[in-house]
Design a binder for this molecule. Sequence first.
Ligand code: CA
Length: 261
Amino acid sequence: MTLGPVGAGAALGPQGAVPAAGPVGPWAAMPAPTIVVVEDDDEIADLLALYLGRDGYAVERASDGPGALAAVSAHDPALVVLDLGLPGDLDGLEVCRRLRGTNTVPVLVLTARGDEVDRVRGFELGADDYVTKPFSPRELVARVGAILRRAAAGASTSTPVPAGPGGPLVAVGNVEVDLGRHEARRAGEVVPLAPREFALLATLAEHRGLVLSRRQLLDQAWGWDFDGDERTVDVHVRQLRRKLGDGLPLATLRRAGYRLG
Ligand code: CA
């Protein structure tokens, strides 16, 4: 990956790159959200800091697992961009797992090879999205924006009970989807789900009996306003089936999408 003539390192201040004209991104009128970038490849980290800084974010960097945990603890970021392949004993997946034990900060995972095992494990551990290297910095920044918008929307609508067609509690098979408490229960037992897994399940439950395409599911459960990877839906559906078992009447319709109930 080349950085071109911009000289990314020279453009970066201690808080990341902030152009002389001031932030021009969506955060220009408010305090810049802090993004912690965890990446041991300096060239990639420079590039991320440059693009995120141009969009008005304050960037803090870490290059290994302990540094990542320390940076999150010190800066209380709005989001973490987390490379999975980190040097030392504390790799990205372990960092993600430890973050999830103490923190609800959104995590966008960078995977090196489009390795589906890593993607699945990342989602299992609570990652909100992933980007496969090599990636377009613009796409990554767009995804960061989408995750933050979803997080903001979730925070502002979490109190009222969603008015789905089945009310706040949707029962399908031996699974109950509690839209008010953001919980899934199987045979009465709460099943821990990652935030995106629950969002997907809730979307399916709110449209019980209807076929939803992968695109519709992405739009509703992820809120993406650009072309996301529709296989993300398949990855999450596999997780739902694995965690909730055969009692979940979730049908795959060839070429059409998914239907719950
Ligand atoms: Ca790496």
